[in-house]
Design a protein around this ligand. Structure first.
Ligand code: T1G
Ligand code: NAD
Length: 690
């Protein structure tokens, strides 16, 4: 048909195969080839049925996201789907890999769907700030009922082929070759003269019962996002409107979202996440080292979570502690974590046992000698970490990757404690390590390219989002966060209260404000680090001296009822803040939420600019991905650097200058890169002038 679409015959059966690597996105050429293929097979009387299949690793993974925002090219996906539904002979979709978005919608327009057991189907558009725009919100509810369809559409999470088969979405699971299985299937359909029934014509499952409650539960935590609400409206339309009207309304909602700021921001993060996996200086095709076995040193908060990541990926892991009691405590915490997931239906009990069996606890460091990848997660003390790495240098096998989970310390100094610094790097997980998706990979001065490539590959295998950064205090995320913390304390001194700052920050879209977050991590951690560095945070130190360590002591910046994690304003904290303010001679003033947001975000952007200047981060998009996946930055605002570009760097420059002059804090002065780009009317992501 064309370079992407091929048509061949197997007797009376026509097979239309699409080959558009890497994921068979439904780009213009593919759509045109499909329409042509359908026209030919429709008009060829010797053709009794048509199979639509894809070559390569997956069935269509959706519309081509790179085409969004560009002038539409006919035929659109809607025309392809209309051509399928107009076919007077059976059309079967043969699914493998991940049939997603427009790809799954195309399959839903076919008369029948068959799949291999490992296939998955889903409508992930909401993750791009969109909703299914090719009939998915109208056809899927007709097949599986509005409630289940809504769950798939609002979460964007795919389901396995077997579940889809059980739901009647897929007619047959094919063993062996997929296309051969699909041909055999459709020959039976033709022989049995099975009536051709389109999904659009089925409405027996369109019941409203339970829909409103399901919608409320599914969208409860998605405050500020436009797409989930649009998904709910579209699926509700499937219940209350005739098919064509529902379809038309879906198209209107889609066109509004695709042109909106939120979807543009989420599409930025989609591509930035993939770009982040490309590390300068690591040639494409650099072969990762083996990752068959792993070890974790320290079974504390992070060590336990990291061990779960390995077990979840099916990698046997040895975990080391200093004593049996501490080891047992760590393992018990891991087991309790898994039990919670099982009790919520997120994991089968048998699978839990399987994963626990992959975690082997020891108290002798020598036991990690055979591990391919070793991650150290002991206390945040340099001397201790150097001792552990000197021991690992002696024990670990040649070629093993030796990683530290330090959140702030100098990875090069740790590497110098070994005779193999080329094998040492940082793998900075985020708490809880088995949940948070970000993995900051810290490349040391001596780290070998294939060691970095191994860490990136491991990150993807552990279902993390790996971003490689250079060595500096706090790397990228924590270094920018430190700027926010300084400004947060300043806001309290000048007139704000913790609940006001947190309300402004959560209003901006973060799941949690800086003070509730500090209470969760524990105020004593920072207090010990400050004491070690001879630094002070007047308000937080006063609270710590009064036993306010956060959630762990039931009081921090907020107070917590027994057994509750809900932060409540604490008059004692307010008193402490007012005392510290007056001791500092500060006349307190009301601070509006807009100013709070500026002072929570702009100093971080400023530090992000310095990080780019120093080459600690390669691209502004890397910083955005770090903040979205590691620090709860609202994905629909695209990350701090993307957000700054949308606002315009002149605004950032001018406000930072104002805050620097007002506070006398020279670190708030705009970074050189911001001043230069603002003067040139450019952004961080603007292409360099030719
Ligand atoms: N369009 C364009 N490029 C895409 C793409 C897509 N839909 N999906 C992936 N790519 C690129 C990606 O950028 C990367 O490029 C390469 O393919 C490999 O991807 C009308 C409107 C399928 C599960 O949201 O979730 O249909 O970096 O590294 O880890 O209702 O890609 O190599 O240059 O992610 O194996 C809905 C998006 C679209 C699915 C494979 N579909 N893709 O994961 O590989 S909207 C999606 C994915 C839509 C309709 C609407 C994943 C994957 P590069 P990768 P992977
Ligand atoms: P933790 O105190 O909860 O656990 C540290 C564990 O290491 C303890 O159980 C301790 O017994 C064990 N340990 C100490 N010396 C050891 C040795 N020689 N051999 C084996 N085990 C030993 O601390 P954590 O919060 O898990 O932090 C661990 C590391 O991860 C630190 O470097 C920290 O900065 C970093 N980190 C922490 C977080 C977080 O949010 N807690 C996030 C990212 C990174």
């Amino acid at each position: 048909m064309n370079a992407s679409v091929d048509l061949r015959r197997d007797g009376e059966i026509a097979v239309v195969t699409v080959d558009n690597p890497p994921v068979n996105a439904l780009k213009h050429e593919v759509r045109a080839g499909l329409v042509e293929g359908l026209r030919r097979t429709r008009d060829d009387a010797t053709v009794e049925a048509v199979i639509i299949a894809c070559a390569g690793r997956t069935f269509f993974a959706g519309a081509d996201i790179t085409e969004f925002g560009k002038p539409p090219q006919a035929p659109g996906l809607g025309e392809v789907i209309a051509a399928i539904e107009a076919m007077p002979k059976p059309v079967v979709a043969a699914l493998h890999g991940t049939a997603l978005g427009g790809g799954f919608e195309l399959a839903l327009a076919c008369h029948f769907r068959v799949a291999v057991a490992g296939a998955r189907v889903g409508l992930p558009e909401v993750k791009l700030g969109l909703l299914p725009g090719a009939g998915g919100t109208q056809r899927l509810p007709r097949l599986i009922g509005p409630e289940k369809a809504l769950k798939m559409i609002v979460t964007g999470d795919p389901i396995e082929a077997r579940e889809a088969f059980a739901d009647g979405v897929i007619e047959e699971i094919v063993d062996g070759d997929l296309t051969d299985g699909a041909i055999a299937f459709v020959r039976r359909i033709v022989a049995d003269r099975r009536p051709l029934r389109l999904v659009r014509d089925r409405d027996d499952k369109l019941v409203a019962e339970g829909f409103a409650d399901a919608a409320e539960v599914l969208t409860r935590r998605l405050r500020g996002r436009e797409a989930p609400a649009a998904c709910v409206e579209a699926v509700r339309n499937a219940i209350v409107l005739p098919f064509e009207e529902g379809l038309q309304r879906e198209g209107e909602l889609f066109r509004k979202l695709v042109a909106g700021d939120q979807s543009k921001a989420q599409r930025h993060i989609f591509f930035a996440e993939r770009e982040a996996a490309r590390v300068p200086g690591i040639p494409d095709g650099t072969k990762p080292r083996p990752m068959a076995t792993a070890a974790v040193i320290g079974a504390g908060t992070m060590g336990g979570g990291i061990a779960m990541c390995f077990a979840n990926a099916g990698i046997p892991v040895t975990i080391v502690e200093t004593s049996r009691d501490l080891l047992q405590r760590g393992i018990d915490r891991v087991a309790a974590n898994y039990r919670t997931t099982v009790s919520r239906g997120g994991l089968a009990a048998g699978e839990m046992e399987h994963r626990l069996a992959l975690i082997h606890g020891v108290t002798e460091l020598d036991a990690v000698g055979a591990a391919d990848f070793v991650i150290e997660a002991v206390f945040e003390e340099m001397d201790l970490k150097k001792r552990v790495f000197a021991d690992l240098d002696r024990i670990a096998k040649a070629g093993a990757v030796l990683a530290t989970n330090t959140s702030t310390l100098d990875v090069d100094a740790i590497a110098r404690a070994t005779k193999r610094p080329q094998d040492v790097l940082g793998t900075h997980f985020f708490s809880p390590a088995n949940v948070m998706r970000l993995l900051e990979i810290v490349r040391g001065a001596a780290t070998a390219p294939d060691a970095v490539a191994t860490a990136v590959a491991l990150g993807r295998r552990l279902d993390k989002v790996p971003v490689t950064v250079g060595v500096c205090y706090g790397f990228v995320g924590n270094r920018m966060l430190a700027r926010r913390s300084v400004e947060a304390e300043r806001l309290l001194l000048e007139g704000a209260l913790p609940q006001e700052v947190d309300a402004a920050v959560t209003g901006f879209g973060f799941p949690m404000g800086p003070f509730a977050m500090a209470d969760m991590a524990g105020l004593d951690v920072g207090w010990r680090i400050r004491k070690g560095r001879g630094e002070r945070n007047e308000i937080e130190d006063a609270l710590c001296e009064a036993g306010h360590f956060g959630q762990k002591t039931g009081k921090g910046y907020f107070r917590y009822e027994a057994g509750s994690r809900t932060p409540l304003p604490d008059p004692e904290v307010e008193r402490t803040i007012l005392e510290v303010s007056s001791r500092a001679g500060i006349a307190r003033r009301p601070i509006p939420p807009e100013e709070i947001v500026e002072r929570m975000v702009y100093p971080m952007v400023n530090e992000g600019a310095r990080i780019l200047e120093e080459g600690i981060a390669t691209r502004p998009g890397d910083i955005d991905v770090i903040w979205v996946y590691g620090y709860g930055w609202p994905v629909w605002r695209g990350g701090p650097m993307y957000y700054a570009d949308r606002l315009g760097l002149a605004q950032i420059r001018d406000r930072l200058t104002l805050y620097a002059e007002r506070s006398g804090d020279e670190t708030l002065r705009p970074a050189t890169r911001i001043s230069r780009l603002a003067a040139e009317g450019r952004g961080f992501a603007s292409p360099a002038p030719s």
